[in-house]
Design a protein around this ligand. Structure first.
Ligand code: SIN
Length: 307
């Protein structure tokens, strides 16, 4: 029995890791993930300079759901590149973005010219920056950005996508993504601009309470996105499944839908890095019960109800 997986010729001892934004902003938090049972880590999404993010309260959650409007608080690309240089590993993910396409190119030029030898996750889906729409909902802009990025980046790079809700949009987005030598697609970021109410008030302060929804509430949407892209993307593009993973069964379902790696957000926030030991154990038990020995035995093998 093994939970081994591979993305862009990097091998991982397991298929479970943190989602960007959760337990990954500081070197101490990243060390915690490295020292846990997690397969690897992804850093908090880095911008060209450090950002404080949005005013607090900006995250409310428990195992079953969360709302956040963090606003990309991070320590800046130089901080993460320095940390990554020190640990010197090629099996880790660096998440990056920019508040404009020019900033995205600037950050990625820096990563390309650095000694970083891991995988780049380009976040095109943050719903929480005031006045900035989610890039990946503007298909022409996403196409333009990827065309420019692949002019100068030759390190393994994937994109973090928002959820889509229409089969026509899956077709259109896959049509764009399939034109590029992407190593992976991470599906999904939070469902943008939900609203939680406590008593008679919004639960979080930024954007009059509007924020990204995560946790169990989004699992069905996440599974649909993972499978829709599994059906449409070139085989060379691996899929990372994110959304609503709190148990080994949830991870199993993401893999059944086509995921090669599974990220944990809300539940990691609630339980801390020891969650990976439990998830590995639960996933292994489910695989044993079905007679599976490795992820390839069932990845993408979701069954349909035929006539
Ligand atoms: C945030 O920092 O607001 C969350 C990041 C994201 O959703 O991409």
């Amino acid at each position: 029995m093994t939970l081994n997986t591979q993305i862009a010729s990097r091998s991982f001892k397991s298929c479970l890791m943190n989602a960007a934004g959760v337990h990954c902003q500081t070197s101490d938090e990243l060390d915690d993930i490295l020292n846990s049972q997690a397969a690897t880590f992804v850093t908090k999404t880095a911008t060209s300079h450090a950002r404080n993010g949005n005013p607090e309260p900006r995250y409310v959650g428990h195992l079953h759901g969360s709302i956040n409007s963090m606003g990309l608080p991070n320590l800046g690309i130089d901080y993460y590149l320095e940390y990554l240089k020190e640990i010197d590993r090629s099996d880790v993910f660096l998440s990056v973005t920019g508040l404009s396409k020019e900033e995205i190119y600037q950050v990625l030029h820096k990563v390309q010219e650095s000694s970083f030898d891991g995988l780049i996750e380009l976040n095109l889906s943050c719903p929480n920056v005031v006045g900035k729409p989610q890039t990946a909902y503007d298909f022409d802009l996403m196409d333009e950005i990827l065309a420019e990025v692949f002019n100068f980046v030759d390190k393994p790079l994937g994109v973090k996508l928002p959820p889509y809700f229409d089969l026509v949009h899956f077709d259109q987005v896959a049509g764009i993504l399939n034109q590029f030598p992407l190593s992976f697609v991470n599906s999904v970021n939070s469902i943008g601009n939900g609203l939680w109410i406590n008593d008679q008030s919004v639960a979080i302060k930024p954007k009059q309470g509007f924020g990204g929804i995560g946790g169990a509430a989004i699992k069905a949407t996440a599974l649909a996105n993972v499978h829709a892209f599994y059906q449409r993307l070139n085989d060379s593009i691996a899929i990372i499944g994110t959304g609503g993973v709190a148990t080994g069964r949830d991870a199993f379902e993401h893999i059944l839908c086509g995921a090669s790696m599974v990220q944990v957000g809300t539940a990691l926030m609630t339980e801390g890095p020891q969650i990976f030991e439990r998830l590995d154990q639960e996933l292994s038990e489910i695989m044993t019960s079905y007679g599976y020995h490795n992820l390839k035995d069932f990845r993408g093998q979701l069954r349909y109800i035929e006539e």
